[in-house]
Design a protein around this ligand. Structure first.
Ligand SMILES: NC(=O)c1ccc[n+]([C@@H]2O[C@H](COP(=O)([O-])OP(=O)(O)OC[C@H]3O[C@@H](n4cnc5c(N)ncnc54)[C@H](O)[C@@H]3O)[C@@H](O)[C@H]2O)c1
Length: 332
């Protein structure tokens, strides 16, 4: 089965492409390389198309050339802060470009589509853990693009019969257990890689944004989920759609929260070094607590995270970082 992995040169897409390949699927990576890495594609070792998903001709050609059966759409601008500063970039690419992609999907009679959505669609949680039917009241343009796209997918099913699964990730974390792929964002804004880089002496300090939240220790509560468990969920979602499943959405987290301070302690334990953490003020727009309820995907698709433990997640991410101190730009 030929799967077009859009954004497959990025963090979650590359890990998913590798797992797809290992399980006998034929992934084809499509990526602009604006935020992703050619070296990640080479390490996965699958066909690659360099292009923008907002370019109808490029997507259409990739689908026809590779006989694509289904699409997994990881491609997006994905920084909450940047989306507040420049929403136009987010709406033009994630939304306008994303609609062009859907046009090509429909024109080629592709029936199955898996979309990288986000916990950001919920906004400030009213109950914890957050179930899929929690109100979606996002608080920033990035979250708006994810929510709007989920709605397009719902409407495209009703009008055109396109079946889709929107996977709402909480905090993607960890790395390929073999240490071949990992997280390499510039600038890095995610907590765990920043904690690890501080532990490894590559950063002077790690800032804890807010120490007065309503949590066990005052720092933010987050739900970290291993990137390979996300990959597994994508394959289960694909199989579900292939078996005639209806359009739906699932949360992906670990259903337990780890505070930022607990993540620091786990990193210190896993790596045997002290992390230089400093207190900093809250950042505007950050929710204090985010924890997923994942009962729906567990009961409906049998998803069960293989690496739920925060220390394992940190160990895999640190192994990748130690083996690739400069990320994918490592000079061999
Ligand atoms: N990382 C997380 O914790 C997290 C959480 C929730 C949701 N998500 C979503 O998951 C997806 C993947 O996240 P990631 O962390 O792997 O991001 P990433 O930036 O590592 O990967 C995104 C990839 O998409 C590519 N891309 C962007 N715009 C493109 C375009 N117009 N045409 C072609 N390629 C394009 C980039 O070059 C990059 O390789 C995103 O949609 C993101 O919104 C991520």
């Amino acid at each position: 089965m030929s799967i077009l992995v859009i954004g497959g040169a990025g963090y979650i897409g590359s890990h998913t492409a590798k797992v797809l390949k290992n399980r006998g699927y034929s992934p084809v990576i499509f990526d602009s390389l604006e935020l992703g890495h050619r070296e990640a594609v080479e390490r996965v070792g699958v066909p690659f198309v360099h292009g923008d998903y907002g370019d109808y001709g490029a997507i259409n050609k990739a689908i026809k050339t590779h006989g694509v059966d289904a699409v997994m759409h990881f491609g997006a601008y994905a920084s909450v802060g940047d989306s507040v500063i420049d929403p136009s970039r987010y709406y033009e690419s994630n939304i306008a470009g994303g609609l062009t992609l859907l046009r090509a999907v429909l024109d080629n009679n592709i029936q199955n589509f898996i979309f990288s959505s986000s916990a950001a669609t919920y906004g400030e949680p009213q109950i914890l853990p957050i179930p899929e039917n929690h109100p979606q009241k996002t608080t920033n343009p990035y979250g708006e693009t994810k929510l709007m796209y989920e709605r397009f997918l719902r409407d495209y099913d009703m009008a055109f019969g396109l079946k889709s699964v929107s996977l709402r990730y909480f905090n993607a974390a960890g790395a390929d257990p073999e240490g071949i792929l990992g997280e390499d964002h510039t600038p890095e804004q995610h907590a765990l890689p920043l904690i690890i880089d501080t532990a490894l002496g590559r950063r002077k300090e790690f800032k804890i944004f807010g120490t007065d939240w309503d949590t066990r220790d005052g720092s933010c509560l987050r739900d970290f989920v291993h990137v390979n468990d996300l990959a597994d969920a994508h394959i289960r979602a694909l199989e579900y759609l292939k078996a005639g499943g209806e359009t739906t959405a699932y949360n992906l987290g670990n259903s337990y929260g780890t505070t930022v301070k607990e993540a620091i302690t786990a990193a210190e334990k896993a790596l045997g070094v002290k992390v230089n953490a400093v207190d900093a003020p809250r950042r505007p727009g950050d929710p204090g607590r985010l924890v997923a309820s994942c009962e729906k995907i567990k009961s409906e698709l049998g998803w069960n995270p293989k690496f739920p433990d925060i220390e394992t997640i940190i160990t895999h991410a640190a192994t990748w970082r130690e083996k690739n101190p400069n990320g994918y730009r490592t000079v061999k």
